[in-house]
Design a binder for this molecule. Structure first.
Ligand SMILES: [Zn+2]
Length: 242
């Protein structure tokens, strides 16, 4: 059930049910939050294998994530928890698609970076290539692009510092466009962490980029679909008439 999907323009949409009807396979359909699934995939098959406590951050138009604590994804009471992108880091900051202001998404998402770099989406500057463009321009010495990355990196570092203080993860993983942003602003992220994250939580923290890249969400979705088969193969076999 998509209760509230501001970037998908979908509210109160019974997505799993509709997908099951459309596929018409007569099989159960499982649905999950894309960034949550990517977190599970990085945990079971990516850079986070063997890491019991990690935070995965995924950026594109929106920013999402997943928190894995003690080997389990934190979902909250109804499964809608872990909305890292809507953690408010700058109360007077940019307008967020969710209706609030200064959410992590509004300060470090694709639009925030492109606007800070003076590239308006209306002129065709959007998507992963546009983000890479800003990082490349900063590498070549473009001062406006460097300043945009510095600003976005600082907000990203602040968001990560809050997460690190709260959850004491062993690893934080950057995926989607945040992979590019992190690689272009690692020094800024680390210097913000040095100020705002508590030393015991910070000292052994590893910052990494996604190993599964754009496959992470699909790998996580496959894991979700197979989870009940692996949990009880005989029951699934019996249901299939085998
Ligand atoms: Zn928001």
């Amino acid at each position: 059930m998509i209760r509230f999907g501001p970037n998908l323009h979908a509210d109160e949409a019974p997505f799993g049910e509709a997908l099951g009807r459309r596929l018409a396979f007569g099989l159960p359909v499982s649905v999950g939050n894309d960034a949550n699934l990517a977190a599970l995939a990085e945990h079971s098959r990516g850079v986070g294998v063997g890491v019991r406590d990690l935070v995965y951050l995924h950026g594109d138009v929106g920013v999402g994530g997943g928190i894995i604590a003690g080997g389990h994804l934190l979902g909250g009471h109804d499964g809608y928890g872990g909305e890292i992108g809507h953690m408010v880091i700058n109360p007077g900051g940019g307008q967020c698609a969710c209706g609030s202001r200064g959410c992590l998404e509004a300060e470090v998402g694709e639009r925030a970076l492109l606007e800070a770099a003076g590239r308006s989406p209306e002129e065709g500057h959007q998507g992963r290539d546009a983000v890479r463009n800003v990082v490349d321009a900063a590498d070549r010495g473009d001062i406006v692009a460097q300043e945009a990355l510095r600003q976005v990196g600082d907000w990203l570092g602040l968001g990560v510092a809050n997460l690190v203080n709260l959850f004491n993860p062993e690893m934080v993983i950057f995926g989607g466009m945040l992979r590019e942003v992190y690689l272009g602003s690692a020094a800024q992220v680390r210097s913000r962490l040095a100020v705002s994250a508590l030393a015991p939580q910070r000292e052994k923290l590893r910052l990494r980029t996604s190993a599964l890249a754009d496959d992470a969400t699909l790998v996580g979705a496959a894991e979700l679909a197979f989870a009940h088969v692996l949990a009880d193969p005989l029951e699934v076999l019996a249901r299939a008439g085998g």
